[in-house]
Design a protein. Structure first.
Length: 137
C-alpha cells in the first residue's frame, strides 16, 4: 500500500522517515517477520524508454512517478532484506482493458503468482512484465 503526498521532513537522516506518506514503513516489522515482498502493479506505459506512441500524458506520468518511488523504496529496503517489485500486468480484459485486450484476468493472475514466487532480493527494484520479462525504464 502506498500513499505518496510529496511531503518531506528534512530533520530526519533516514530516507524512509524523511518522506512522510510512504505507508510501507508501517508494515516494516511485519514484512521482516514473514520475510515478505512488496509488489506494486504499474504499467509499461510508465516506461520512458518504451514509449513509442506518445499520448496519455497524465496516465504515463503517474505510472512513471509510481515506478520511480518504488525503485527508491527498493533501494531503501535493501538493508532490511525486503524486496520490492514493480509489475506491468499486461493488457488485461477488464473494464479498463476492454474485450480486445491480449490476456484474461485469470492468465494475468496465474502468471503474476508464478513470477512473484520465483523472485528474490537479487531482482528487487526491477520493472517486470506479468510473464517475467524485464521492462526497461
Amino acid at each position: 500500500m502506498l500513499r505518496c503526498e510529496g511531503v518531506r521532513t528534512p530533520r530526519s537522516g533516514d530516507p524512509i522517515q524523511r518522506d512522510r506518506g510512504v505507508l510501507c514503513q508501517s508494515f516494516l516489522p511485519n514484512l521482516k517477520e514473514i520475510r515478505g515482498k512488496i509488489i506494486v502493479l504499474s504499467s509499461k506505459m510508465g516506461s520512458i524508454s518504451n514509449n513509442s506512441s506518445g499520448g496519455s500524458y497524465i496516465y504515463r506520468s503517474s505510472k512513471a512517478a509510481l515506478n520511480s518511488v518504488m525503485k527508491s523504496l527498493a533501494k531503501d529496503f535493501q538493508k532490511h532484506l525486503i524486496p520490492v517489485f514493480i509489475f506491468h500486468p499486461g493488457w488485461v480484459q477488464t473494464k479498463m482493458g476492454g474485450p480486445n485486450a491480449q490476456i484474461s484476468v485469470k492468465t494475468c493472475v496465474k502468471n503474476l503468482r508464478h513470477v512473484i514466487s520465483t523472485l528474490t532480493m537479487k531482482e528487487s527494484g526491477q520493472f517486470i512484465s506479468y510473464d517475467g520479462t524485464k521492462i526497461s525504464w
